[in-house]
Each structure stands twice: as C-alpha cells, then as structure tokens.
Write a protein that binds this ligand. Sequence first.
Ligand code: XIL
Length: 431
Amino acid sequence: MRTDGPRGAAAREARERGTAARLELARPGRYFGTAVAAGHLGEADYAATLDREFNSATPENEMKWDATEPSRGTFTFSAADRVVDHARAQGMDVRGHTLVWHSQLPSWVGALGAADLRAAMNDHIDQVMGRYKGQIHSWDVVNEAFQDGGSGARRSSPFQDKLGDGYIEEAFRTARAADPAAKLCYNDYNTDGVNAKSTAVYAMVKDFKARGVPIDCVGFQGHFNSNSPVPADLRANLQRFADLGVDVQITELDIEGSGTAQADAYARVVDACLAVDRCTGITVWGVTDKYSWRSGGTPLLFDGNYDAKPAYDAVLAALGGDGGGGEPGEGTATCTATYTRTADWNSGYNGQITVTAGSEPISSWAATVTFAAPQQVQATWNATPSWSGNVMTARPSWNGTLAAGASTGFGFTVSKNGSDAAPVVGGCTAS
Ligand code: XIL
C-alpha cells in the first residue's frame, strides 16, 4: 500500500529514531502519520519534527471541498500541493482527506438541485483525485455520513437529502475510476468501539463488499477525551471490520489529557492496531499540541515546544521500541484468544474461547468478548466474568499459569433472543 516516493538516505536515517521506523519494525509496511497544515511548514521545528517522526501525511484542511473548489469548476490546489510536495520530498506517503463531506463544504454546493449536485460531486472527485493520481495511498472518499448517537441513520447533508443513500456508493465508484491505485476509505468518528453507529457503518461496508461496490478501507478517526474514552472493544471493532475484507486505519488520533493517563490511552490504541493484521496505519491529528484543533486538551505527542511527551514514549514502547518490551526473551507476557461455536440450537448456542500464551510463559490473562445486543449469556465455565454493558472480560477462575505457547479454554451458553450473531473477541492481555 505504500507509494514509492523518493526516499532519501538522510531522511530515512533521521526517521530511524522515530515512530515511523518503529512501526515499520513492529509491522513492516505499516505507516505512522500525522495531519499536516501547509501554513506551518515554514516553521523549522515543525518541519523537523514532522520529517523525523512520521512517514505519512494527511493534509489537515487543504484537500477539503472549500479549499479545492471554492466556486463551481474553479479548482485551487496550491495549499494541498505544498503538503503533498513536502511529504513526497521526504519519502512519506500521503492520505487524501476528504472528497465528500457535509462540513467545510462551500454554500454553492448545497444550493444545487439534485441533477447538478450529482454532476458536481462526481466532477469534484474526478478533478481532485485526478490532480494527485498515483500519489495518494488512501483516500477518505466519504467522511462522516452517519448520524452521531444510537439511531444508526444517515446524517442529513445536501448529498443525503437530495441524492439519497446511493450517493455513497456512487462516490466510491467514481473514485475507483479516478485513481485506481488509491485505497478507497469510508471515514467516521464515534465508530471506534462496537456501538449502534459503528454497526450501521459495518452493515454498509458488508453490503458494499457483497455487491462489489469498490471499498478498500475504513478509517476510524480516534478523537478521544474524558467523554469519549478509548473503548475497551476498539480491537474487537477493528477486527470485525477487517474480517469483512477491508483494511482498517486509525486516521485522526488525538487523546485529550496529560501524563500517564494520556500515555496509557495512546498505548492502548497502538496495541489495538498492532493486534489486527489489516490495521495498516495510524495517523495522529497534528504534530504539536499548540496547533491542534483541540489545543486546550493538549491531545498530541509533542508539546508546544516540540518536546516529546509521555504519550510519545508510550507510543514508541507500544511499537516495540524503548522500554516497552515486545521483544522475545524480555519476559513480555502476551496471549491470543480465538472463538468457536461448540453447540447450536434454535434459541441458543454454546461458545468456547481458546486462550493461548505467546512466546513467553504467563501467570494470568484476561480476554474480552462482545455479545450482540439482544443476546444474553446464561452461564460461563472455566473463567470468571465481569461485565461492562454487553462486553464480558473473562479471567481465570483459579490459576492462570500457562507455559509459552500453551492453551486453555473457557465456555459460555448464550440465549439468542432472535440474534444469531457470533460474539466478537477483543483483546487478550497477559501478565
Ligand atoms: C478539523 C481540522 O483539524 C480543523 O483545523 C478544522 O478547522 C476543522 O476540521 N473530523 C475530520 C477532520 O474528518 O477533517 C476534522 O479536522 C476533525 C474532525
């Protein structure tokens, strides 16, 4: 999925100390990127931090509709070009963000009738993707098309209101033709965990895959704060999308807070992505707290002086760098959990989770399992459950000791209550 930009030895050497290289080490071929604002590229510390730490760039605002087509048929690419040129000169990949979105949309678009709007949408995709054809590894074709909250409905927008649900697949089909080399993503927020909104997106992606609508990836924005913390089932959610046959990416990560709490939250997100084979990259939403769209929440990896925060160290550690372990022989306890249905009847089923220790012996483990909403767990055995909503965390009832590579299992009986959906296995953590 990487595009081949010029990859200067000096730039590569500099990045060997940073997040990008660590991610490459942990998972070759994956990227660690940031949002980039053209207006800050002239600031030496900004550019130096960007170039040293990241190997993918997303223009923060420069490719949005209001920036690229402020009036109909008049395209302005100078700011986007600055970001793309800088990134490619450094050998970075570029994420395209974003083509069809209700926000940062010039008012002329909303004033069009349906036929004109359809033509304008397709022309916009053609022109903007055409400009950067072959230079973008992933495009956010459609952004935030679902309503926030529990309705699972589409969000009202000129596109939705005038063209109906079909505008999304039309945008993806147009995008495939405009740049066949780019991965085409649907991108949204508050879809990071298993919830009504993410399940609505999941249903759309499943339908697209079944009908051959071109979609390659789903972006999870990852804007977190105390009201919207990193969900415990982030990994499970990423995995269920990956299981549909799409890549998943964390596209706009920022986590408000400071110190250890913020650092731990960042590590959890990195761990979740690393645990999912099809999680192909992580983008943080800016280089430094001082230019963050949520600067009051100091949500990024570098402070206003470009000094690395505890969150930065935690990301490096989670990527297998300094201090965090992950190397065999350092005594890092890991485990994996897999699910099988062992019995099935009209109104219920039995499931079994097999927990397997990684390359080191472990003394205890915890596995999370998310059940589909109307289902009820009637019984569990060989593990002690604790619950948060419909997410069960199972821990050993007695002794959690496992030799390296050894397995144990626990089971449960579930009442279907009308839903035959398989439970989703989230993380397995070991100590
Ligand atoms: C934000 C930018 O960071 C701000 O500079 C701008 O004023 C508003 O948009 N979801 C997205 C991003 O998809 O494009 C948004 O970026 C943040 C929320």
